[in-house]
Design a protein around this ligand. Structure first.
Ligand code: BTN
Length: 235
């Protein structure tokens, strides 16, 4: 594993994406990001005290291409598992891979693909108790538990488990993971707006399904939505 540490960088995802000799196991860690990126082009507030890192995982050809749709969920599952090992709090898994506590976002994951490598970018609010523009919607481990954590140690633990869980996924352990994320399914039973499929729809979220899609009850119909296909806004 090659580790690249920065006191400040624009984005650890961007750093790996632009790295010419990027390889499986490369890990970039930053104390602060000046241009942290979230999904759908959103900004990721990157305050000191948060875990801000990205690592590269090689596409395993043992796994059929369509199974990679679930990678996002597998990484979220793995992060949830590691957080539980660190501090037992009332975490919720928000499809497709955010972790929430008390209706506030604790972590987010941005996955990008470069050739046969996936860049997994993770931001977790750890010791930071300020969230900038995200003040009203964010939470950190410290603001919830009152404890202070060794951020770097925690990052290594998350990364180690992420690689192990990726290989467990390749080895066919998806069902176990699906069970765990459904047990903490944040959206279950909530009314959600589904944006990004042409017209906006509203429905009640159900389970995360075998194929990684989200079941939504829209009027009398049961619909399935794909990862990346929609954006959810909770009512
Ligand atoms: C999201 O929920 O929108 C995803 C947020 C991902 C943020 C992390 S922080 C480390 C890595 N570098 C980035 O620029 N983004 C990811």
């Amino acid at each position: 594993m090659r580790v690249y540490k920065f006191d400040e960088i624009d984005s650890t995802n961007k750093f790996l994406r632009e790295k010419e000799d990027l390889q499986d196991g490369d890990l970039a860690i930053a104390k602060i990001q000046s241009a942290g990126r979230g999904r759908r082009g959103n900004k990721w507030v990157s305050e000191e005290g948060a875990a801000l890192f990205s690592f590269a995982v090689k596409y395993d050809t043992l796994l059929p291409e369509k199974e990679y749709m679930k990678l996002s969920l597998v990484m979220g599952y793995s992060l949830l598992k590691t957080l539980k090992e660190i501090e037992l709090l009332n975490y919720k898994f928000k499809w497709t891979n955010d972790i929430y506590i008390d209706d506030r976002k604790l972590s987010g994951i941005l996955i990008e693909r470069v050739g046969d490598l996936f860049i997994i970018g993770i931001g977790v609010n750890i010791n930071n108790c300020k969230f900038g523009e995200a003040e009203d919607i964010a939470i950190s481990l410290k603001s919830e538990s009152g404890n202070t954590y060794d951020v770097e140690e925690l990052i290594y633990k998350i990364v180690k488990n992420a690689y192990e869980d990726f290989y467990r996924f390749v080895a066919g352990k998806w069902d176990e993971m699906l069970k765990v994320i459904n047990q903490s399914n944040y959206l279950f039973g909530k009314r959600i707006d589904i944006v990004g499929i042409g017209k906006e729809e509203s429905g009640i979220a159900g389970e995360i399904l075998e194929d990684g899609m989200l079941e939504v009850f829209v009027g009398n119909e049961i619909k399935k939505y794909n990862i990346g296909e929609i954006h959810i806004s909770k009512k």
